[in-house]
Design a binder for this molecule. Sequence first.
Ligand code: SF4
Length: 342
Amino acid sequence: MEQSRQAIYDIVDKGLEGNGLSDGDIRTLYATDPETPEAFYLMWAGRQLQRQSSNNIAEVHAQIGLNGSPCPKNCQFCSFAVCNKVRQGRLEMSKEEVVEYVQIYEEQGANALLMMVTATYRFEKLLEMGQAVREVISRDMPLLANTGDMSLEQAQQLKAAGFNGCYHAVRMGEGVTTTIPVKTRLETFKNIRAAGLSLSTCVEPVGPEHTPEELTEKTRICIESGALSAGVGKRIMIPGTLLAKYGQLNNLIAGRNIAVYRLAAGLQPRLNCAGGTDLASAMGANLAWAEVGTNPRDTEKRTEKGGRGVSIEFCKKVFRDAGWDVLQGPSPGWMLTQENAA
Ligand code: SF4
């Protein structure tokens, strides 16, 4: 057997112990040719470790995109970015619509709720929406926000409004194909945790042009963030965006990346995002998002109406078909107090 092939098997075996991997090992795994026996061993191992980490339980979180204003932050992968000129007009959901959506989602069995807005959405309005939503959902239903970078004071306001956590990420190409410095994103991580909010993150959006070195760097950031959910998500290619010329990763490479993240991180966190497609879920991703409203990975005004948005039932079926049990009721672990926050 070639030395390089044996080296990959050895790294995978080390990863299976559940204690994480070094940057050098992570880089080697991200560089593994997906069309080889060792890549399939890697994917098998990622799945086994994920099953162990989560007791074979998958979760479906529900995302509501509240607005669709053109965004000057100009992330070149995003359909809202002004520079991409993909979307026309503005869209904002009323409080009544948002409240109705969350009630339906909870009834349908969402394990957590996420409210997503663009960086230009008025922060006070997000607080108002959060308060309105918190009044109608169960006390133990996690409520997360996906919004722009924020100060400690703003993070504390989110917490006081009834949010339990935030989705936030240092995206691939951050500061190069976006206008936001990495330092600003990391500062927000710190503020989120210091305010007693849980964190959900991901290595995303990954395209064919990204190197094993950058994947490794962003994986390390995710591991060190202490997030409750993390993984690797591929970029959805939106025609007309500046990054569309690079195309989109095939599902086999995306599956390999999901497995690499699991072995790289060890047994924590229990939620490995980017689930929801047959192959990703089979490879070990155990967190998927049902989506309604606006969506940066879509050009439809409402992603659930003819766009990418899928229902909670659809996500649950994909997980069951991939051999997962699906959690009933609210996702545990998001309700941090100031005292037990990292
Ligand atoms: S990803 Fe977010 S911050 Fe970047 S352009 Fe899109 S809406 Fe704005």
